[in-house]
Design a binder for this molecule. Structure first.
Ligand SMILES: Cc1cc2nc3c(=O)[nH]c(=O)nc-3n(C[C@H](O)[C@H](O)[C@H](O)COP(=O)(O)O)c2cc1C
Length: 153
């Protein structure tokens, strides 16, 4: 039997909602990645070139810290990772998490929410950061898009 963990990062609730729908569909467990320092509205004001989120996305060496301890993946054979799109790709905190998570032997898939961008560039980046070939990720909004995507992973 497949036991799934939905691991997600969300600030304004969109990815959280999609992650919760997935968890409900699959009977999966949920884990919310929290940043060590929460993002304020100013931190996320992407129209300001020097806001914290923009600085992190522009800095190859940026590895924003997460809070606490990551979940033990031993009980799971599938891990689904959810994140917003920030400048076309996942937030750098996802990279920090992936560098501290052993996905060996797990079935992995990733999805996002966005303001309109597709998953195209994020797919390349997530494959690079995980070192895995992943099933095609998707921007998930409606419950029906979620159900359809889950059939493909
Ligand atoms: C710093 C930053 C950069 C963003 N860049 C993009 C982008 O390149 N393309 C896009 O469609 N949406 C972009 N967005 C919008 C988010 O992807 C979108 O609001 C997402 O659903 C937020 O997820 P959350 O509510 O789970 O935090 C950006 C948002 C932020 C804060």
């Amino acid at each position: 039997m497949t036991k799934t963990l939905v691991l997600y990062f969300s600030n304004t609730g969109n990815t959280k909602r999609a992650a919760e729908t997935i968890a409900q569909e699959l009977g999966a467990d949920l884990y919310r990645i929290l940043p060590e320092n929460a993002y304020t509205t100013e931190d996320l004001t992407w129209t300001n070139a020097s806001c914290r989120a923009n600085q992190e996305q522009n800095d190859e060496d940026s590895r924003p810290a997460y809070r606490g301890t990551l979940p033990d993946l031993t009980p799971y054979n599938q891990v689904i990772i959810g994140h917003p799109i920030w400048w076309g790709i996942p937030p750098k905190i996802i990279r920090t998490v992936l560098e501290n998570l052993d996905l060996t032997g797990k079935k992995v898939a990733a999805f996002a929410t966005s303001g309109g961008s597709t998953y195209h560039d994020a797919q390349k980046v997530m494959e690079q950061w995980t070192g895995l070939n992943l099933p095609q990720g998707r921007i998930l909004s409606s419950p029906s898009s979620i159900k359809n995507w889950l059939k493909t992973i």
